[in-house]
Write a protein that binds this ligand. Structure first.
Ligand SMILES: [Zn+2]
Length: 107
């Protein structure tokens, strides 16, 4: 299945699990054929169980908040992915610095 289908189906699947919204036959058909979306559904169910436990402790979450939180966890915005490249560049720079300092000590 294409990632476009997954991108369209995932929020509906999560809303279906957490808010009880009907997902429709086409989304259900995609989910049944797509391991990624089945994994998304399983994560949403686990998250829903955890959030229900939290709700038993005290505060009630506003309607739709659960879906919004889970969808953010599932697909972090592009800006959230960028620091991985920056982190990798810093690690490479630090490794280069360590090698440089070791060579300087030998002299
Ligand atoms: Zn999918």
């Amino acid at each position: 299945m294409s990632s476009l289908h997954c991108a369209l189906a995932r929020p509906l699947i999560v809303a279906g699990v957490l808010d009880g919204k009907p997902i429709g036959p086409r989304v259900a058909e995609h989910r049944d054929a797509c391991l990624r979306c089945q994994a998304t559904e399983a994560r949403a169910r686990a998250t829903g169980r955890s959030l229900r436990k939290l709700e038993l402790v005290g505060a009630d979450a506003p309607p739709g908040m659960t879906t919004a939180v889970v969808s953010q966890l599932d697909d972090p915005p592009p800006a959230a992915r960028r620091p991985v490249g920056v982190t990798f560049a810093l690690v490479v720079a630090m490794a280069g610095l360590v090698v440089f300092l070791r060579r300087m000590r030998r002299r």
